[in-house]
Design a protein around this ligand. Structure first.
Ligand code: FMN
Length: 337
């Protein structure tokens, strides 16, 4: 065997090695598939606390997002509100209260207050919110946030230049952009900073496509499901991709999402550091839409679309979704004694 190996050219050896590892790839996709089917919330979002909480988060965040637009529609999201009350009740019945339930109730209050300010009625009932709060905390208002924040561009710019922690903490997803075109040089500057993003073996598989022509942006945004009410205000729409040609074998089957995700986050912070407003736009797409975007944006099939991003200039004063975070105790798993 060793003698045969010695006789093979380096190219043939590489090809053989990577072909052998390719054979185990389907099995590993089956491994991914079975884990996903087993643990994802499809079919039963009530299956456990984590799944139920995630859907409560998703639903109340839809209200936060709607309230953070430059022109929120009156009575938007009524079906979301009905779902949210149902999920909150289900959570309280099964698992009791939690900060996420409190955030949902605070967001419902914010929705109510927004309508009251507009002299409009809405389906949110603050008394019902108080009743639910009573159930989980004897009436105490959890100080957990939920709803919207009003901030000024100046305070964001000031904070973002102080330290890395301030840069990170002063970034918000912005869903209201000023009606001015961002310079190409600013986009290029942010991309240039992002080139320092680490990648597996420094293979640098990612690309960033930048679109600023109205008709291109419209075509792309029409295929994305999370930009209603603000996408049209974005000066630029960016698409982050990762090239599958850079990876081989079963073990690297998902590497493009890691490298592409890291690049996307650096890009987001880079844009924030130069004073631009951003909002990630999910690319949680199934086959037909993924193919449609590849064609529309002229992205070659060998590049995986990781995420989209709306970029624009910040208005002087803006409203953002509060998007409260979990506490550190829920996230940091420390094995130290
Ligand atoms: C991968 C990804 C996809 C996202 N997609 C959307 C989207 O389609 N529409 C949207 O309005 N926000 C989107 N967001 C923004 C999230 O809602 C936001 O990051 C989250 O609520 C935290 O808020 P923050 O970014 O203001 O800190 C996305 C964020 C990420 C990371």
């Amino acid at each position: 065997m060793d003698k045969i190996k010695e006789k093979l050219s380096p190219e043939l050896k590489w090809k053989l090695k990577s072909t052998i590892s390719l054979f185990s790839t389907p099995l590993n996709y089956v491994y991914d598939f079975t884990r996903y089917i087993r643990y994802c919330a499809s079919g039963d979002i009530y299956k456990n606390r984590k799944s139920l909480e995630s859907f409560i988060l998703k639903e109340y965040h839809r209200l936060e997002k709607g309230l953070s637009l430059s022109e929120p529609k009156l009575n938007f999201g009524e079906s979301v509100i009905k779902n949210l009350y149902h999920l909150v009740n289900a959570h309280i019945a099964k698992h009791g209260g939690s900060p996420i339930i409190a955030q949902a109730l605070n967001t419902l209050d914010a929705y109510h207050d927004f309508h009251q300010k507009q002299n409009s009625s809405c389906i949110v009932n603050k008394e019902e919110n108080s009743r639910l709060r009573n159930l989980i905390s004897s009436g105490k208002r959890y100080d957990t946030g939920g709803g919207t924040l009003t901030i000024s561009k100046n305070s964001i710019l000031e904070e973002s230049s102080k330290s890395f922690a301030s840069l990170v903490k002063s970034r918000h997803s912005v869903r209201q952009f000023e009606n001015t075109q961002v310079c190409e040089t600013q986009i290029a500057k942010a991309v240039e900073i992002s080139l320092k993003t680490p990648s597996v073996c420094n293979r640098q598989s990612t690309k960033i496509y930048s679109f600023s022509k109205k008709e291109d942006k419209e075509k792309i945004l029409s295929l994305q499901n999370g930009n209603k009410g603000f996408g049209h205000q974005a000066s630029h729409v960016l698409i982050v991709t990762s090239n599958l040609n850079c990876f081989e074998g079963a073990a690297e089957r998902n590497q493009c999402y890691v490298d592409g995700g890291l690049m996307a986050m650096t890009l987001c912070y880079s844009l924030h550091s130069i004073g631009l407003a951003t909002c990630f736009l999910n690319w949680s797409a199934t086959k037909a839409r993924d193919k449609a975007l590849h064609i529309s944006a002229k992205i070659p099939d060998n590049e995986v679309i990781i995420t989209l991003m709306a970029v624009g200039s910040m208005p002087d004063d803006l409203i953002v979704a509060e998007s409260p975070r979990r506490s550190i105790d829920e996230v940091l798993v420390s094995t130290q004694t």
